[in-house]
Design a protein around this ligand. Structure first.
Ligand code: HEM
Length: 514
């Protein structure tokens, strides 16, 4: 304190002259201090016990036990035998798996500085252009800059207010399309996903590029692609590619062995995505050059983000499109599946909406008065966690988790699915019971009631958008129709993909309410 007061009385010139050596000395002593602290940290974590290990085979480790493509379920089962934290071997890689909220929070908050980077699979390296997007970048200056951009222009509360019109249009269109279908084919079940995903893609395009499209001419492909091909190229194909396995990921010492079929598969998806994005961007550049301004991410990035390269802008715009188009489908479809299966809870939700909205259509302003609706949303995220495992984090310095030593070079898998099914925290976790979120300890509008959106510095940036769209859509669908599952649908609970999409889109019978 004294030193600060004294500095104020020293003439500026003197302060600068003595400032140089002082800073240098300060720098040297800080360096020693940092080295000392790191050394102590290393020593203290080295004294901790080693992690429990899931037994596997030499060389391949536990790979053969992970072939069913639902690692989150296998991880949750292993937690029953080996405890909430354990390590496995995927070929030459060590992966530390965390299965409880406490461990997840420790990794995401307390020990974050030691695990704030990622070592990407070969597929992700290509598909994210080596970490050129917000969600997969390391916690560095690039990440901080582009996260600020996406929050300011698309996902933050003020940006979301400006994009309100697109969400209202989405809900209105979904309702209209369902009414049209029932009128035309009164005895046929509806596929909500088909309609909702297409509308969500429209919203994603409007937020990112200012306009929805019907088709686009792609010069590099010398073809005009209809809208559904654009959705497939930008969203569905990339989600599929992201889980494509290159065996060399597990044996980095064999990375010199060619795997052409894998590389060609992923490169094809990447180049096609790039060609389509370039065509979409070119159209919007023409619009902007002609003086037509819109409230969109591309308008913002081209005028404000002048430190970014063309390729980075392309990737950020694509990221905003794919993230808006995917996980919200998962949460909405599973919520409607659970409600269609459960007439009593569906009626309870209908009555709550009717009490608050009367005969008016639901609006976003009403969400804070609809605690049961919010409970339906959070219970769906808990039971059907759309992102079941957080993309692996890399341990770049020795650290500790749950009282165990975690060595540098390991990777961390946060099993959100496992956290959300932990029997110590959730009574009868297999059951879908929205009432559990009506207890007084839960604030109805709090977004982080489960681990579904992650936590800490990398908590989901799109949680607000996901919640408003999912909740207003569910409410409107329940206000206007009675839902039941088509015969045989109850058992269709299998999932597929990186996010937990229903393997078979829900087939539901809907009856307009009087
Ligand atoms: C129910 C829907 C959603 C779920 C369950 C979900 C889940 C998650 C999770 C678990 C993470 C953390 C990953 C980590 O820790 O590394 C994350 C990050 C992120 N999510 Fe979401 N998400 C959803 C919807 C969205 C939407 C609609 C958008 C954007 C339109 C979005 C954009 C992002 C971004 C940009 C990040 C990266 C944040 C950062 O690294 O700082 N998410 N999401």
């Amino acid at each position: 304190m004294d030193a600060i007061l004294n500095l104020q009385t020293v003439p500026l010139g003197t302060a600068i002259t003595i400032g140089g050596p002082a800073v240098a000395l300060g720098g040297i002593s800080l360096w020693f201090l940092k080295e000392y602290v790191n050394d102590q940290k290393k020593k203290s974590s080295n004294f901790l016990p080693p992690l429990p290990e899931v037994p596997g085979l030499p060389v391949i480790g536990n790979l053969l036990q992970l072939t069913e493509k639902k690692p989150h379920k296998t991880f949750t089962n292993w937690a029953e035998t080996y405890g909430p934290i354990y390590s496995i071997k995927a070929g030459a890689n060590t992966i530390v798996v965390l299965n409880t909220n406490e461990l997840a929070k420790e990794a995401m908050v307390t020990r974050y500085s030691a695990i704030s980077t990622r070592k990407l699979t070969n597929a992700l390296k290509i598909l994210t252009c080596d970490k050129s997007i917000v969600a997969i970048s390391d916690y560095d200056e690039f990440h901080k800059t582009v996260k600020r951009h996406v929050l300011t222009s698309v996902l933050g509360p003020n940006a979301q207010k400006r994009h309100r019109i697109h969400r209202d249009t989405l809900v209105e269109n979904v309702s209209k399309e369902l009414h049209d279908l029932v009128r035309k084919y009164p005895h046929e079940a509806v596929n909500l996903r088909k309609i909702f995903q297409s509308e969500l893609f429209g919203l994603a395009l409007k937020q990112a590029l200012g306009k929805d499209i019907e088709s686009i001419y792609v010069e590099e492909l010398d073809a005009t692609l209809p809208r559904e091909d654009v959705l497939k190229t930008l969203v569905l194909d990339i989600m599929e590619g992201a889980i494509d396995v290159d065996w060399r990921d597990f044996f980095p010492y064999l990375k010199w062995v060619p795997n052409k079929s894998f590389e060609n598969r992923i490169q094809r998806k990447h180049l096609r995505r790039e060609a389509v994005m370039k065509a979409l961007i070119m159209e919007q550049r023409k619009r902007i050059n002609s003086g037509e301004e819109l409230n969109s991410y591309i308008d913002y990035l081209l005028s404000e983000a002048n430190t970014l390269a063309e390729k980075e802008i392309l990737m950020l715009l694509w990221e905003a499109i794919i993230e808006s188009s995917d996980t919200t489908v998962v949460s909405t479809e599973w919520a409607m599946y659970e409600l269609a299966k459960d007439p009593k809870r569906q009626e309870q939700l209908f009555l709550e909406i009717q009490n608050v909205c009367g005969s008016n259509k639901i609006t976003e302003e009403k969400l804070c008065q609809l605690p049961y609706l919010c409970a339906v949303f959070h219970e769906t995220l808990r039971k059907h966690s759309p992102v079941p495992i957080v993309p692996l984090r890399y341990v770049h310095e020795d650290t500790q988790l749950g009282g165990y030593h975690v060595p540098k070079g390991a990777e961390i898998a946060i099993n959100i699915y496992g956290c959300n099914r932990d029997k110590r925290v959730w009574e009868s976790p297999e059951e879908w019971k929205p009432e559990r979120f009506l207890e007084r300890k839960y604030d109805p509008m709090e977004l982080q009631k489960t681990m579904a959106f992650g936590g800490g510095k990398r908590v989901c940036a799109g949680a607000l958008q996901a919640m408003t769209i999912t909740c207003t859509t569910i409410a409107r669908l329940i206000q206007e129709f009675e839902w039941s599952l088509k015969d045989g649908e109850q058992e269709n609970v299998a999932t597929m993909g990186l996010t937990t999409h229903k393997l078979h889109p829900m087939q539901a019978n809907i009856k307009p309410r009087k």
